[in-house]
Design a protein around this ligand. Structure first.
Ligand code: GLC
Length: 748
């Protein structure tokens, strides 16, 4: 009876205060902070700690699961502030109803990894970045948010903004590649895409910049492994995309599993409080990555989960995702005087603020609307956008004798390989939100859709992705012999990249290269499609096959996009966001390296006493920024507004870009700079600007870049962000290893 009375009284109090509050809202337009404070005043310590606790559903799990009792009982008891992996208008409504039975009826936040689409799957993020098209990238995230929000979700655990120089690390598929400037631009585009106006509209989701920080520098490319970076490298390479996310208004952050120089990110006060919350003024909240709080015990950083809770909360981790450390231990830590209530209050306020901003206190079910869900999840415009993004993401690696584009009058075309008819693989990793693959357009179907009955389309699988059977080779060779041109679609499986999918060997798996050699031996013209979530090593193919398209994992519209490129209805313009090594031995490999005191030539293994290898040239197989087109572009007429830059001035650099070929095409013109002499040695080149534009055949356009002191600045020996007077090299080109125009200027 007592409990019931308490419940009723409390409910009346809240409802009463709510109705009073509503009147007041009308009268005084209480600010969100005032509304947060009014709820905080009603909360017990246990209820506050409940807000810091996040559980996953048990049927869609994205991490190691341990049983932690009945979710429903804990939801009703107000012990859960957020759920992840609960999706769908109907399902989120049901789970929210359980939370609404709690004493204070504080609504749940529903989070999900809507990384590159919800139902309409877009290309994997690394592929999207190959488009170098920030508007398209923003649109992809916008549509993901429209669909995710329509499915009752409030919060996506994206964008992942981890810079990485190591293709062995499976999560490169989820990020923006190796370059900090490009990665920062992408972080901004994705946050804006997911959050839209960031005013809690029904087609917007809270973004979550992750994984804070330097997760992409895991030693050996092994996921979750230790990270040892200098303070300067942390600030110069890994932090800027996170700062870009803060500047773009990212609502939340997620910390990372790794330790940084021995201190786990989750318990890292310097990262989460000193930098993120103090220096950068971040007002959102930080969620742990799955269990990362409790994993500090495994790290050997704390002795038990209670210690982990103390360390993580003190360091600025506001919400405990599946760590089961906060709920059982924080109240005790407060009572023992080890955790000030103020720290808990700060974390709770950060979380409640987002719930108010989403309008969930006014209507906890506002995102859970089945009619809107059905409408948005079947929006044909989304498929068109996904196809256009997929087309932009394709990189033309090689096109000897202009074998591509294929003629539409081709009579017999063969498509061979283990990925030619695959549906699920086209979705890539993190398509967890939509297991239904039936709406994927396979590569075979894309060609069928395009060619219709005009062309006989032959198919043979040839071999598996990882198995070593050659039993299918004969059938594949027979199909090839009948065809005028042979397309061979090879690569990884979708779940060979992504989380916990690091590879020590990033060659084509199984016997796929043997299959390629067998098809090559027929003498037929070959076009190879390489499907992967990372840069792969495929030297024989690169050296012997005349035409290669890197098709990553392109999502729901993969087949249609690839067919459009193969048959010339879309002229590929993608550029690599990561360096492609000749072998794992070159890793870590990236374009913006330091020159050393003994620089070695790019392609000579015999330069003695030089910083190279004796068994492999230093240069990559394909460089950062590489990507060809069905047309050609010339760069000319470089001009600079002045040869010397005064400290607070700027130099206008302009040049002419011409489409010197026969078909329209898009080019990404890239600006690289080099500081020749500085108090800290500087990279041989750094991307500082780029522009992507479409040019008609014969068309010329004047392009301008602005160079100011900011573009010349770096962290000096005192870790101050500064530019130093001296000579700078200016390089403009079509790739980091394809510089077309060069000049120099002085900073005074
Ligand atoms: C995973 C990932 C993280 C993801 C989270 C929830 O372990 O590291 O990126 O958002 O758990 O699925």
């Amino acid at each position: 009876m007592y409990k019931c009375k308490t419940f009723m009284l409390a409910t009346l109090l809240v409802l009463g205060s709510a109705s009073i509050a509503q009147k007041k809202v009308i009268a005084t337009k209480k600010t969100i902070d005032q509304r947060v404070d009014s709820v905080m005043k009603l909360m017990t310590l246990e209820e506050k700690i409940g807000q810091l606790n996040q559980y996953s559903s048990k049927d869609e799990v994205t991490g190691p699961m341990s049983d932690n009792g009945s979710r429903k009982q804990q939801l009703v008891a107000g012990k859960v502030g957020s759920m992840l992996n609960v999706r769908g208008a109907e399902r989120t409504r049901k789970v929210q109803e359980q939370a609404m039975q709690s004493r204070l009826r504080i609504p749940l936040l529903f989070g999900q990894d809507v990384i590159h689409g919800y139902k309409t799957t877009f290309p994997i993020p690394l592929a999207e970045v190959a488009s170098w098209d920030m508007q398209a990238i923003e649109m992809g995230s916008r549509i993901a948010a429209i669909e995710g929000a329509a499915a009752g979700l409030h919060w996506t655990f994206a964008p992942m903004v981890d810079i990485s120089r190591d293709p062995r690390w499976g999560r490169v598929m989820e990020g923006a590649g190796e370059d900090t400037y490009l990665g920062s631009m992408v972080a901004k585009a994705r946050v804006k895409g997911f959050q839209g106006t960031n005013t809690g509209k029904l087609d917007e989701m809270l973004a979550c910049a992750k994984h804070f920080a330097a997760y992409g520098a895991a030693a050996g490319g092994r996921d979750y492994n230790s990270v040892d970076v200098s303070e300067r490298t942390l600030w110069e390479v890994y932090l800027p995309p996170f700062k870009a996310a803060v500047d773009a208004g990212a609502a939340t952050f997620m910390n990372s599993f790794n330790d940084i120089n021995g201190v786990p990110a989750t318990g890292n006060k310097y990262l989460q409080r000193d930098i993120l919350k103090e220096k950068w003024g971040f007002k959102g909240f930080v969620v742990s990555d799955w269990g990362s709080i409790s994993e500090m015990v495994d790290h050997g950083y704390v002795k038990d989960k209670k210690d982990a809770a103390l360390s993580a909360l003190s360091a600025g981790s506001d919400m405990d995702m599946e760590g089961q450390a906060y709920l059982p231990h924080l109240a005790t830590l407060v009572k023992e005087g080890k955790v000030p209530v103020a720290l808990i209050d700060d974390a709770v306020k950060r979380i409640l603020r987002k719930k108010f901003e989403l309008g969930l206190f006014d209507d906890p079910f506002r995102f859970s609307n089945e009619a809107r869900e059905q409408q948005q999840l079947n929006n044909p415009q989304h498929r068109i956008a996904a196809r256009e993004m997929a087309e932009k993401s394709i990189v033309l690696m090689k096109n000897e004798k202009n074998i591509l584009p294929l003629s539409k009058n081709i009579k017999k075309l063969a498509i061979i390989g283990p990925l030619a008819k695959s549906e699920e693989d086209m979705l890539g990793f993190w398509n967890v939100a939509w297991p239904d693959n039936s709406d994927v357009v396979t590569q075979y179907e894309g060609l069928q859709n395009k060619l219709g009955n005009n062309t006989e389309l032959l198919y043979a699988q040839g071999c598996g992705i990882t198995d070593t059977s050659r039993a299918g080779f004969a059938e594949a060779i027979a199909a090839a012999l009948q065809a005028e041109v042979v397309i061979v679609s090879v690569g990884e499986a979708r779940d060979m990249s992504g989380e916990a999918n690091s590879r020590a060997n990033i060659h084509l798996p199984g016997v796929q290269e043997e299959l390629l050699k067998a098809i090559h031996a027929t003498g037929k013209p070959i076009v190879v499609l390489i499907n992967a979530g990372r840069p792969l090593v495929f030297n024989w193919t690169a050296d012997n096959v005349p035409a290669i398209l890197y098709t990553w994992w392109l999502g729901s519209e993969a087949g249609n996009a690839i067919a459009n490129v193969l048959l010339g209805d879309y002229n590929p313009g993608g550029k690599l966001p990561m360096t492609f090594p000749r072998g794992e031995g070159q890793i870590p490999i990236h374009y913006n390296y330091l020159n050393t005191g003994r620089p070695s030539p790019d392609n000579d293994t015999h330069a003695r006493y030089r910083s190279g290898y004796i068994d492999m040239v230093k240069s990559p197989k394909y460089a950062f920024g590489h990507g060809l087109s069905y047309t050609t572009f010339t760069y000319s007429n470089l001009q600079m507004s002045k040869p010397t830059l005064a400290a607070n001035d700027s130099i206008i650099v302009q040049f002419t870009l011409t489409n010197s070929g026969k078909v329209a095409g898009e080019e990404v013109a890239q600006l690289y700079l080099r500081d020749e002499v500085a108090s800290v040695v500087r990279p041989v080149k750094e991307l500082k600007d780029f522009t992507k534009l479409m040019l008609q055949p014969g068309e010329s356009r004047t392009i301008r870049f602005v160079i100011n002191k900011e573009k010349l600045s770096f962290y000096n020996q005192q870790l101050e962000w500064a530019a130093e007077p001296g000579t700078f090299q200016l390089m403009i080109g079509s790739a980091s290893n394809d510089i077309r125009l060069q000049s120099k200027f002085e900073l005074q």
